[in-house]
Design a protein around this ligand. Structure first.
Ligand code: PLI
Length: 462
C-alpha cells in the first residue's frame, strides 16, 4: 500500500443537530433572482443552497452556548448574564467598562454621537459601510488612511490592514489634531478582503495618536481572526496564545466597538467597551435612549450568556485554526484553477476579483453585483457584492464612489459548512468562470438613500 504523505486535520467539533437544505432548479432560481431584483440580499433564505452571504449572526452555536440560553436571567435590570459578559470582556479584551448593544452598529452609533462634532475628520484603515455612515450622520468625514497595498488585490503584503502612518500624519497636518477625535482601526479589515493589521503597526499608530491627543477606537468585530494572523505571520508571536495576542491588540486602543455576530459565535449581539470613565458614563446614558437599559442594551439575558461563552470558545487555538483553515482551503482550490481572488486569502471570506473575472463589463454595469447574481443562478450559492454598490455615493458630490476593489465575497459562517460544501462552492465558481465572457451586466433600477446595497434593485442589460 502507498504511504500517506500528509496528516490532515478536520473540524474540531462533531455535528449534533442538522438543518435540511432545499435544492432548486435553475428555472426556480431564475424566478427567485428576478423577484429579488438581482440583489442577493433580497433572496429568500429557503431558496438558497449554500449561504455564503455573510458570517454575521450565521454561526453555529455550541452545545455549551445553547445550554447557556437556558441560564438567561431575563430581569429588566442587573441580569446576571450581563455581569458574566462584563467579566469576560474585561478578562479577554481588557477594557474596563462595558455597554452592551443589540449589534455592532448600535455601538458605532453611540460612540460616533459622543465623540464626533460636525466638521470633524475620522481616519480609518478603509471604510466599513455602517461605521462610515454613523460617522457621517454625526457630522464627520471619513478619511481612508490604509496602506496603498490594500487596494491592490494582487499584492501579497502580509498585513494589508496596516495604517499608512504618513497618510495619517498628512491628515493631522492638514486639518489639525483638534479636528480628529479618534482614528477608527479595524482588525481585520473586512472591505480589504479580511486582511489583518500587525502589532508593530498598531503600536506605531498608538504612539502617533498619543503624541497628538487622538483616541484610538478599535473595530474588534474580527479581532480574534486578526490575532491568528499575527501569530502565524508576525515575528515573535508564534508561541503566544490567541488570547494573549487579542489582549495585546486591545491594549493599544482606548475603546472598541464589537459586532459579536462574527468572532463571538452568536446569532445576535454586540457591545461598546471602553477605558475612559467619562466617555463610558455618556455611553451608558445614551444606550438607554437608543438600545435599552445599560445592563442589557437591546439584548435578552440569554443572548448575553451565549456571547459570554462565545468569547471563551472564540480564542481556542483549535477553533481559530480550523475556522481560518477552511477559508484558506477554498482559496487555495480557487487559485489552483486560476480564478482571480484577493490575495493573500483573508480571515472570514474569499473575495472574487470581479473586475478581472468579468473584464468586459464597465464599472457602472456592476461587475460584482452581476457575478454574485450569476453564481446564485448557476448553483444556488449566495454571495455578496462588495464593490461600487456597497461603496455608495459621496455625500458632497452625490456621485458614486468608484472603489478600486470590485469584489464578490464568499463569506464562511463559523462551524456551519463542511469540506464537501467547500468543494461544491469551488466547482460552482469554476463553472461560472468557464462561461464568463457570455455574462451581461446589470442596470440599477431602484436605489435607497442609505446603505443602498441592502435593498437596491437591478435588471439584466440586453
Ligand atoms: O452588523 P452589525 O451591526 O452587528 O456590525 C456592523 C459591522 C461593523 N464592523 C465590521 C467590520 C463589520 O463587518 C460589521 C458588519 N458586517 C457585516 C454585516 C458583514 O456581512 O460583514
Amino acid at each position: 500500500m502507498e504511504k500517506l504523505k500528509k496528516r490532515s486535520w478536520a473540524e474540531p467539533f462533531k455535528i449534533k443537530s442538522v438543518e435540511l437544505l432545499k435544492m432548486t432548479s435553475r428555472e426556480e432560481r431564475q424566478k427567485a433572482l428576478t423577484e429579488a431584483g438581482y440583489n442577493t440580499f433580497l433572496l429568500k433564505s429557503e431558496d438558497v443552497y449554500i449561504d455564503l452571504l455573510t458570517d454575521s449572526g450565521t454561526n453555529a452555536m455550541s452545545d455549551r452556548q445553547w445550554a447557556g440560553l437556558m441560564l438567561g436571567d431575563e430581569a429588566y435590570a442587573g441580569s446576571k448574564n450581563f455581569y458574566h459578559l462584563e467579566e469576560n470582556v474585561q478578562k479577554y479584551y481588557g477594557y474596563q467598562y462595558l455597554v452592551p448593544t443589540h449589534q455592532g452598529r448600535g455601538a458605532e452609533h453611540i460612540i460616533s454621537k459622543i465623540l464626533i462634532k460636525p466638521g470633524n475628520y475620522i481616519p480609518g484603515n478603509m471604510y466599513f459601510t455602517t461605521t462610515r455612515l454613523h460617522q457621517e450622520l454625526a457630522g464627520g468625514t471619513f478619511v481612508d488612511v490604509i496602506i496603498d497595498e490594500a487596494h491592490d488585490p494582487e499584492n501579497l503584503h502580509p498585513f494589508k490592514g496596516n495604517v499608512d502612518l504618513q497618510k495619517l500624519e498628512d491628515l493631522i497636518k492638514k486639518v489639525g489634531a483638534d479636528k480628529i477625535p479618534y482614528i477608527s482601526v479595524a482588525a481585520t479589515v473586512n472591505m480589504a478582503g479580511g486582511q489583518p493589521i500587525s502589532i508593530e503597526n498598531l503600536r506605531q499608530v498608538r504612539a502617533l495618536c498619543t503624541r497628538h491627543g487622538i483616541k484610538v477606537v478599535l473595530d474588534a468585530t474580527r479581532a480574534v481572526e486578526n490575532a491568528y494572523f499575527i501569530k502565524v505571520r508576525e515575528k515573535g508571536y508564534a508561541k503566544k496564545s490567541i488570547a494573549e495576542i487579542l489582549k495585546e491588540i486591545c491594549s493599544y486602543t482606548d475603546a472598541a466597538t464589537m459586532s459579536a455576530k462574527k468572532d463571538l459565535l452568536v446569532n445576535i449581539g454586540g457591545f461598546l467597551a471602553l477605558n475612559d470613565y467619562e466617555v463610558f458614563e455618556e455611553a451608558r446614558n445614551m444606550v438607554v435612549v437608543y438600545e435599552g437599559l445599560h445592563t442589557y442594551g437591546g439584548l435578552a439575558g440569554r443572548d448575553m450568556e451565549a456571547m459570554a461563552i462565545g468569547i471563551e470558545e472564540a480564542v481556542q487555538e483549535d477553533h481559530i485554526r480550523a475556522r481560518i483553515g477552511q477559508v484558506e482551503y477554498v482559496g487555495e482550490k480557487l487559485l489552483s484553477i486560476g480564478i482571480p481572488i484577493v490575495k493573500p486569502v483573508g480571515g472570514h471570506a474569499i473575495f472574487l476579483n470581479a473586475k478581472q473575472f468579468l473584464p468586459h463589463l464597465k464599472h457602472l454595469e456592476f461587475p460584482a453585483q452581476t457575478l454574485a447574481a450569476e453564481l446564485y443562478l448557476e448553483s444556488g450559492i449566495r454571495s455578496m457584492e462588495r464593490g461600487i454598490v456597497s461603496a455608495g455615493r459621496s455625500k458632497e458630490t452625490g456621485d458614486h464612489y468608484y472603489p478600486k476593489l470590485e469584489l464578490v465575497r464568499l463569506t464562511f459562517p463559523r462551524r456551519v459548512y463542511t469540506q464537501a460544501h467547500c468543494d461544491v462552492t469551488a466547482e460552482a465558481v469554476e463553472a461560472v468562470y468557464e462561461y464568463r465572457s457570455k455574462i451581461k451586466g446589470l442596470k440599477m433600477v431602484y436605489e435607497p438613500k442609505y446603505l443602498r446595497f441592502f435593498q437596491a434593485r437591478f435588471e439584466k442589460l440586453g
